[in-house]
Design a protein. Structure first.
Length: 74
């Protein structure tokens, strides 16, 4: 699964939990033994709690820095 999300009007209704369950059931029918939940923003508390609840752990962090460049505009 490339991306997983729930529309705001369906959040906190059990839809996400059911999607996770269906994904785990499908994965159990394959030879895979693990997975990656990548690119979850640190500020996405709900998704981080869900990831930890499924036994996941943070193994790497990426940072994006911004700096304004100055110089000739011509």
């Amino acid at each position: 699964v490339f991306a997983l999300g729930v529309k705001p009007e369906y959040q906190h209704t059990g839809v996400a939990a059911r999607m996770y369950q269906m994904h785990f059931e499908a994965a159990a029918r394959t030879p895979q033994t693990g997975g990656e939940m990548g690119w979850i923003l640190e500020t996405n508390k709900a998704m981080n709690r869900a990831m930890e609840g499924m036994g996941g752990k943070v193994v790497r962090k990426y940072r994006v820095y911004e700096r304004e460049l100055s110089g000739p505009t011509g």
